[in-house]
Every structure is written in structure tokens, then in C-alpha cells.
Design a protein around this ligand. Structure first.
Ligand code: SAM
Length: 242
């Protein structure tokens, strides 16, 4: 495989449907990517398979304990050389964007650490020094959905994962930082709404011009910025939606 993901989670079954359909299913079958799931409970030391405990200092909820998690990551890192880049899912991480996804897609191995409950004992972060990934400024119940987000976004940039007719280069957040243009398919007329004439004109230069104009317009509108972002990693999302 061109990239290998190792996921450390308390709920490996959550990934079942996600990995068994459509683009990721095909990428796995064709051995372009590999996804290995590891149950954190495997590294629990006591007989109750405990991986979480009550927080020092009091307060609600449970905290993921350092020993099982640190040992799990170290064990998984030892599976291959060189060891993979460790990404810990947390709302306090750096927000994931397409530019970061592009850089992650150049890695041969990613180790994804999924939190649960109140999150990680801070010493896990101090000892492992993972990259801290947030998928957005809201709180989910666990790091599994964020890990799926990383796997999905990164995998579709791996050569061969997308078919010829679904090029990632034409999606939103490309090199220019533009959003995608609108798309239409049959029927030509639906509930009084017709497909823009230019798209059925057969004039490819005109179509390209129209699409680019639409992409620029959408991008301006969404970010309400006079100056378009021309640098990668532009501050998307800085203006909250209405
Ligand atoms: N107490 C934590 C806080 O306020 O930052 C929230 C913990 S959350 C309920 C449980 C786990 O879900 C986290 O440890 C993390 O792995 C994952 N998680 C929740 N929201 C996330 C987000 N926006 N991005 C990445 N991971 C998230």
C-alpha cells in the first residue's frame, strides 16, 4: 500500500461500514491503502480491562489513562520502520484543512489516536508528542469520526484511489484555494429550472470560463473577502456562516 493507517480506538467496530463501501472499499481491495484497527483495551493491564479513570481534581466524566494508551501507541509504532506520524484527535488541536490533508497524504504511515470520555491524560500528549488534530470547533463523543475524516480526506489524494472521472484536483480547496463550481446533470429541465445554457453549448472554452467565474463568485460570496485567497492554507472558515 502507498499509505498505511493504524487506528487506536476503544470501538474498532465503528469503522466497519465506513471501510466496506465505495471508494475506500475499492482502495483497500486494490491495496492502495491499508487500515489496521487496534483495540486500546488490549493494552489495559488490570483484569477489568480498564483504560479510563476518574479525573484528579474532581469533576465529571472519565479520563483515558496514560499507561495503556502510551504503550499501545509504542507497540503500534514498533510494527514498522520508520514509525508512523502520530495524530491525536482532539477539539483543542489544529483545525484540519485541505492543505494539511495534502501534506498528510505524502506520509507513508499515519497512526490515529481516538479519544473518548473527557479525553486524554495530558501525559499521553507530553510523552508521545503527537500532532493534535481537530476536525472543527464542536465536540463529538469520540475521536473515531474524526479519524474517519482523516482517512477519507487523505485516501482520496492517494494516486489511483479516485477514478479518472473523479479527479481530486478539480474539487474545492485546490491549489488556488477556490471552491468548486456548480454541477448539473439530466434532466435538462426540472420543475421549471433549466441547466445553464453554456453547459449544453458544446463550447469548451466558454464552459471553462463560466465554471471558473462561478467558482470565483462562490468563493468570494462564502468568505466575503474582497481579495481572494491565493495562498495555500488560506483562513477558511474565519467568517462564520450567516
Ligand atoms: N473534554 C474534551 C474537550 O472539551 O476538549 C472533549 C472530549 S470529547 C467528548 C471525546 C473525544 O472525542 C476527544 O478526546 C477526541 O478524541 C474526540 N473529539 C471530539 N470532538 C472532536 C473534534 N472536534 N476534533 C477532533 N476530535 C474530537
Amino acid at each position: 500500500p502507498l499509505i498505511r493507517f493504524d487506528v487506536l480506538t476503544l470501538f474498532p467496530n465503528l469503522f466497519e461500514g465506513f471501510l466496506s463501501e465505495s471508494i475506500l472499499k475499492r482502495a483497500l481491495e486494490r491495496n492502495l491503502i491499508a487500515v489496521h484497527r487496534h483495540d486500546l483495551r488490549t493494552w489495559a493491564s488490570n483484569k477489568h480491562h480498564q483504560v479510563d479513570d476518574r479525573p484528579f481534581g474532581g469533576g465529571p466524566g472519565m479520563v483515558l489513562m496514560a499507561p495503556p494508551v502510551v504503550e499501545a501507541v509504542e507497540a503500534v509504532q514498533a510494527l514498522t520502520a520508520p514509525p508512523g506520524l502520530v495524530l491525536a484527535m482532539t477539539p483543542s488541536g489544529r483545525r484540519l484543512d485541505q492543505e494539511w490533508v495534502r501534506r498528510l497524504a505524502t506520509q507513508p504511515r499515519l497512526i490515529l489516536l481516538c479519544g473518548r470520555y473527557e479525553g486524554f491524560d495530558e501525559r499521553i500528549i507530553e510523552l508521545l508528542q503527537p500532532k493534535l488534530v481537530s476536525i472543527g470547533d464542536y465536540v463529538l463523543s469520540g475521536g473515531e469520526v474524526p479519524a474517519m475524516v482523516v482517512i477519507d480526506a487523505v485516501s482520496r489524494l492517494i494516486p489511483g484511489v479516485l477514478g479518472d472521472d473523479q479527479s481530486a484536483a478539480e474539487d474545492s480547496f485546490g491549489p488556488e484555494g477556490l471552491l468548486d463550481h456548480p454541477h448539473y446533470t439530466r434532466p435538462r429541465l426540472y420543475r421549471g429550472l433549466s441547466v445553464p445554457e453554456v453547459l449544453t453549448s458544446g463550447n469548451h472554452a466558454e464552459i471553462a470560463r463560466w465554471r471558473r467565474e462561478q467558482a470565483l463568485q462562490r468563493t468570494r460570496q462564502r468568505f466575503r473577502e474582497a481579495v481572494l485567497p491565493t495562498i495555500p492554507n488560506a483562513p477558511y472558515g474565519s467568517a462564520p456562516p450567516a
